[in-house]
Write a protein that binds this ligand. Sequence first.
Ligand code: FMN
Length: 206
Amino acid sequence: MSETKRFANDRHLPEAILKNIWDHLEVGARQGIHPWHLVGLATVENGLPRCRTVVLRAIHQQELWLCCHADTRSPKVAQIAAQPEVAWLFYDSFERVQLRITGKATLHATDSFADERWAASSLDSRRCYLAPYTQGQILPGPQVNLPDDLLNGPPTLDRSEAGRPNFCVIKGSIERFDWYDLNSAGHLRLEVTWPDGLPRFNWLAA
Ligand SMILES: Cc1cc2nc3c(=O)[nH]c(=O)nc-3n(C[C@H](O)[C@H](O)[C@H](O)COP(=O)(O)O)c2cc1C
């Protein structure tokens, strides 16, 4: 990452900030080293907050969505099925910029969108979906959640297909950005919503 604070020059121009946010999200979805490649995803379970780190897999600027991949057996999937409101939290410690995204999530396990995402996933990623145990299940001791034949590496393409039924995509609609720029010259905070398809900006107290 460049040490230049790329948001700095344009930090008073909402349109430029929005463009920068999209740029960062696009790169974050593609590059493992980008600070926005990992994102906190918050869900609600019976009124209680639940949060975990996931990998940002794709973002769609025109259609206003982002997505991650998950195991259909995982608690987060049941939580979203019961209550679709979610929040996503990004932080870039180089640029000291936080982005919070809120919206509703949909689950895609058997449709063409899930098929596309599965086809694009690496064999290494697919290995997780061959896990024998449900995430969060109590185990008799320290034990990795992988079948014995996959302890030392990713599956073959053929072997990986057994994981497909456990794979799903969590697709989050983007209803609101809450951008926060932590800066020694004073923090700035910008809200972006799309009430009629076009971005509407509000500066908020930071
Ligand atoms: C760096 C990192 C990246 C992760 N990426 C994902 C991911 O993309 N999808 C996922 O389901 N879990 C991912 N996990 C595991 C989740 O954080 C979480 O522990 C697991 O999915 C179970 O979550 P749940 O019990 O809330 O369903 C990741 C964990 C770490 C530490």
